[in-house]
Design a binder for this molecule. Structure first.
Ligand SMILES: Nc1ncnc2c1ncn2[C@@H]1O[C@H](COP(=O)(O)OP(=O)(O)OP(=O)(O)O)[C@@H](O)[C@H]1O
Ligand SMILES: [Mg+2]
Length: 243
């Protein structure tokens, strides 16, 4: 079967730094792929490229065979691919619900329907009780959940999650993992960046490991975790080659 998401030879340079260096991998429909690697590996930059926030210097991304590269992130969201942020920045002047309604409106022009979708999304992430609270008061963990609610309110086919467990209190980790499993059961395809490898191993079908902009390894999560190249990268075994 043809992969749902195809990332082909994607590169992006920031000045002298090759932040993403010819990275390719595919994601099948219904799969959960974990993206791992040390700080600065290029993981978030790769997400930015896939969702249309960052233009790649070269390479292309396809969703269900259709080229996404060059489209705006709004257009890509309408095509069914959205991301969450490593550091979510909700509209602090709005309520929790208001933030999610704004996101839902990207997919439907019907305000009543957007509100229903937003309430459903808040409920799924366990924040419905906060619907009328100002987002300015959201804790780090609540911001992460709120950002997931914003993303799923657009009813995507593919959801990219950038460190969904980062800053979440340890007691809530299992809850978020269960939420992500339910999203997959509902037919969503997930790509998840996460530093909590123990948690990610329980969630993902496959790992893609990155370091210094390059893809190092790809395969079964436990095998990739044992890959000496990844172990070296985490230990800072090689210096960054600025070009
Ligand atoms: N807008 C930018 N301008 C210049 N350099 C950038 C920019 N965005 C990222 N970088 C650099 O590109 C490299 C990759 O960054 P990126 O944020 O993609 O890494 P990451 O794998 O997500 O790391 P982390 O695990 O710390 O989030 C880093 O060296 C970073 O400093
Ligand atoms: Mg990052």
């Amino acid at each position: 079967m043809k992969p749902l998401l195809e990332i082909s030879n994607v590169s992006r340079r920031f000045g002298g730094l090759l932040a993403v260096d010819s990275v390719s991998f595919d994601v099948a429909e219904g799969e959960i792929v974990g993206v791992v690697g040390p700080n600065g590996a290029g993981k978030s930059t790769l997400f930015g490229i896939v969702c249309g926030d960052i233009r790649p210097g070269s390479g292309e991304v396809r969703l269900a065979g259709a080229r996404l590269t060059g489209l705006s992130s709004d257009r890509i969201a309408r095509n069914g691919l959205v991301r969450t942020f490593q550091t979510p920045r909700p509209f602090t002047s709005m309520t929790f619900l208001g933030n999610v309604v704004v996101a839902a409106l990207a997919r439907t022009g019907d305000t009543a329907e957007a509100k229903r979708r937003a309430e459903r999304a808040l409920d799924r992430v366990g924040l419905l009780g906060f619907r009328d609270a100002p987002a300015s008061g959201a804790s780090t963990g609540q911001r992460k959940r709120l950002d997931i609610a914003r993303a799923i309110a657009t009813e995507p086919r593919v959801l990219l999650l950038d460190e969904p467990l980062g800053g979440v209190d340890p007691g809530s980790i299992d809850e978020i993992l269960a939420l992500l499993q339910r999203l997959r059961e509902d037919g969503m395809t997930l790509v998840v960046i996460e530093h909590n490898l123990e948690a990610l191993v329980r969630l993902a079908d496959r790992f893609v490991a990155m370091a210094l902009g390059r893809k190092l390894a790809e395969g079964a999560p436990r095998e990739v975790m044992r890959d000496p190249r990844l172990v070296d990268a985490y230990l800072g075994g090689e210096g960054h080659e600025a070009a």
